[in-house]
Design a protein around this ligand. Sequence first.
Ligand code: MN
Length: 260
Amino acid sequence: MNVPAASPAWQNAAQWRSVEFASDLHLCEEAPLTTLAFGHWLRHTRVDALFILGDLFEVWIGDDTRERPFLAACLAELRAASEQRPVFFIAGNRDFLIGTDALAAAGMQALPDPFPITLLGQRLLLSHGDALCLADTEYQSFRQMVRAQAWQQAFLAKPLAEREAIARAIRSDSQGRKQARPDLSDWADADNAESRRWLQTQGASTLVHGHTHRPAVHDLGDGLTRRVLPDWDLDATPARGHVTRLDSQDWHEVPATARP
Ligand code: MN
């Protein structure tokens, strides 16, 4: 994915008063209330910039699907939001195949993972978070394979039906692994030592990421923090999901609401 040149809005970052972060919405047709909450967020937010840190979509198998009614409606919501403020996107493990056509349709600007940025006086490092789950070595080799340009080109060259079948197989394989390893939740978390290394290398103090679906604020020592964004599932009982807002005072958790 290419990183677009800084836009004028980006250069005004010093004037921003508040920004919002969200990740792991896993948008899909089967989650209508989550989709509603996503639209509600984009239409009602008043902040100066949005940062979507991956797994916005449950699955993305190529930009040639972007005109399907559900995906087109999601991209149109993003587009409208991006006309009011910049919308930045870091790809997740579900939607890393989002390409330049879909980004353009959504008005989103792609950022590399990880991405260091100073916002509202805080030196942040933004990431999806899957690259930090070092203990899951099987996943890390899979990630290395699918993030290679050659693999992506070969995959995207396949007919749509074949890509859909592969995506289904990958998902059921990953579900099978989770069932076979009930202890997965213990070892597939973001690695704190690696998080500290990332922060120290980048000269940042707070790592903001999603992916693990374990919202928390971890004190990593030496003034370093790992802030984990929640996943959204407004269709679950109880419903869950919130946006994380940063202003010049503090961090705030803003509940997502499934209202039109
Ligand atoms: Mn993820």
